[in-house]
Design a protein around this ligand. Structure first.
Ligand code: ADP
Length: 593
């Protein structure tokens, strides 16, 4: 019960009231008692100042004493509680008493002793149970009698008793008033505190909308106002924090790099989608750092904390992918090393690796392609230079070889330049409406001689109403020349070469089919790769660079089209080129309208 402030306040109030009443009562008692004894001494002094002392001096017998006391009993206040005696000044023996039993001896009080010595005995003690006054009657130098007044303090006792009862009654009343007042007064203090506590609980539970009504301007009022301010500030801060958290979460969720966070004990805190996908784990999997990363990349929590200043990175292969991981500690700037978390960031570098490999392969291929004709040119030139009497015919043949090898190198460099231009998009294709039928007719006419030489038959079937395509005439010519010349090259004597075209779903398709040697199925996916040749020796012999189809593919794709191939070894090959139909701008506008 006394744990609550309410009852503590009541108890304090009660204690204050009780102690106040006790202190006041005690002082009151003492002062009443003092007053009474002082009054006694004063009244005795006045009584003895007058003729009373001289009358006592003239008296010698009990009858005289009786007469005197009868006359002065009122002034001396003699009653049943106060009596007067006359004692012998020498022996202290009782000579006369107004009320006292004469057979008994009077106790020799300090006042009697001082009176017997000739001095007035009027000293009083509050503590003693009586008051007395001893007046010496001196005759010459000796004390004849001692007039002794004794008061038993019964009257004071009765008065004191009354006062005590009154005090106790006041105490009881004070106690009741203190309890009742204390209860209601403390309620006015504690009820705002209880209210405040309740609201604080709501705020702690996350309800920042609650406001405390400020009803007074005292300390509790100030506390309530401060509390409201604090709740407002907290709300703003928490909102800002949750905004930041949301931002961070959506960044983590949608970023393509994988991110994982671990606490200082290596327990996983967060796995983002990308990381889960890369490592084929669940986003909510309860991973332990060392169990997961030690077998994978040989890194432990201990190592990361040991090398806390540097970023640890590792490359590793995981289910056919090349991944790179970086480990860092967070919060190092605040010298909270022991509290930092570990962040692991993953990059998928598979594509980068592939490109790197392709680049290396390309450089190796280019070097190789250039080296072969260079070696030939060098050796033939040296032979001509070193041999003085080389037959004219041989020399001519040698020079012919040098020219054709130089041409090959030229073609190669030209193709490479074209490829790199197409690759980097540095040549913007000027497009126009190109009619496929006359274009193909022209190309085939130019190549007819080569076909005739190999006794090949040509089948040409392009409907007149085939729509025009949106393209660059020269580049498209290059594509078709390459495909047709390949068809002628890789088809034996007496073969057949067919060219078809038509329209399907907004695209014009052109098919060039031959009945040649065909391409093995395993080589088909690579024929559009740079420097890829099915039969290297034969292709080189035929003057091919191995770049023709790669260039064709780049050009067709730059037109928004597609090139594909189907083939069967020994039966023939068919290349299909799809190109978007040319749409006039007016048509665009009318269709938009
Ligand atoms: P190349 O200059 O060697 O002809 P291409 O890129 O034009 O280079 O062709 C790549 C390879 O594809 C050729 O080396 C050849 O092996 C194969 N090829 C292309 N067209 C045909 C075809 N019509 N029949 C058979 N093989 C072909």
């Amino acid at each position: 019960m006394f744990r609550s402030i309410k009852w503590k306040l009541v108890a304090i109030l009660v204690l204050v009231v009780i102690s106040l009443v006790i202190i006041v009562g005690t002082f009151f008692q003492i002062s009443v008692s003092n007053f009474y004894t002082e009054e006694f001494t004063k009244s005795m002094d006045t009584a003895f100042e007058g003729e009373l002392s001289s009358r006592f001096a003239g008296a010698s017998e009990s009858a005289d004493f009786e007469n005197i006391l009868e006359a002065y009993s009122g002034r001396l206040g003699l009653d049943m509680y106060r009596y007067c005696c006359v004692l012998s000044g020498k022996t202290g023996a009782l000579l006369y008493s107004s009320d006292y039993d004469l057979s008994k001896d009077i106790e020799k009080t300090p006042n009697i002793i001082s009176a017997m010595a000739g001095k007035l005995g009027s000293t009083q003690s509050i503590m003693s149970h009586y008051m007395d006054y001893a007046f010496p009657i001196i005759h010459g130098k000796s004390v004849d009698y001692v007039v002794y007044i004794y008061d038993s303090k019964v009257e004071i006792g009765e008065i004191m008793g009354r006062i005590l009862v009154t005090i106790l009654e006041a105490l009881m009343l004070g106690f009741i008033i203190a309890v009742v007042f204390g209860y209601f007064m403390s309620r006015t203090i504690t009820s705002p505190i209880i209210n405040l506590t309740h609201k604080a609980e709501l705020v702690a539970a996350g309800d920042f909308e609650t406001k405390i009504a400020v009803r007074s301007h005292d300390e509790i009022g100030q506390l309530s106002a401060t509390f409201n301010d604090m709740a407002k500030e907290l709300k703003t801060n928490i909102n800002a924090l949750s905004d930041e958290k949301e931002k961070l979460e959506s960044i983590l969720r949608y970023m393509t790099d994988g991110v994982m966070a671990f606490d200082k004990n290596g327990k996983v805190l967060h796995i983002n989608k990308a990381a889960a996908k890369m490592l084929r784990i669940d986003e909510n999997e309860p991973l332990i750092f060392d169990e997961f990363f030690k077998p994978l990349v040989g890194v432990t929590v201990q190592e990361i904390y040991f090398k806390s200043k540097s970023i640890i990175n590792r490359d590793f292969e995981f289910s056919g992918k090349s991944l790179q991981v970086f480990f860092v500690l967070t919060g190092l700037g605040k010298s909270l090393k022991h509290q930092s978390n570990i962040i692991a960031v993953f990059h998928d570098i598979t594509e980068f690796h592939k490109l790197e490999m392709q680049r290396r392969e390309f450089v190796a291929n280019v070097s190789h392609e250039l080296k072969t004709p260079l070696t030939t040119i060098k050796s033939y030139t040296e032979t001509i230079l070193e041999s003085d009497n080389l037959p004219r015919e041989t020399e001519r043949n040698f020079l012919q070889v040098i020219v054709s090898e130089s041409d090959r190198m030229n073609r190669l460099v030209y193709d490479l330049l074209l490829l790199s231009k197409l690759n980097y998009g540095s040549t913007r294709l000027e497009k126009e409406a190109v009619d496929i039928a006359p274009l193909m007719g022209e190309i085939l006419r130019k190549m007819y001689f080569a076909m005739e030489e190999k006794h090949q038959t040509l089948v040409f079937s392009i409907p007149e109403n085939t729509p025009k395509v949106n393209g660059n005439r020269d580049r498209l010519e290059q594509v078709f020349v390459n495909i047709v010349s390949n068809a002628i090259k890789y088809t034996g004597d007496g073969g057949e070469i067919s060219v078809y075209a038509g329209e399907i779903y907004g695209y014009v398709f052109v098919k060039i089919r031959d009945t040649g040697m065909g391409i093995p199925e395993s080589d088909l996916p690579y024929v559009f790769d740079r420097f890829y040749r099915v039969d290297k020796a034969r292709s080189r012999e035929a003057g091919g660079t191995g770049l023709g189809l790669a260039i064709a593919k780049e050009i067709v794709e730059a037109h928004g089209g597609k090139i594909s191939v189907t083939s069967k070894v020994g039966e023939g090959t068919e290349f299909t080129v799809n190109l978007p139909v040319y749409v006039e701008e007016d048509d665009y506008i009318s269709s938009e309208e």
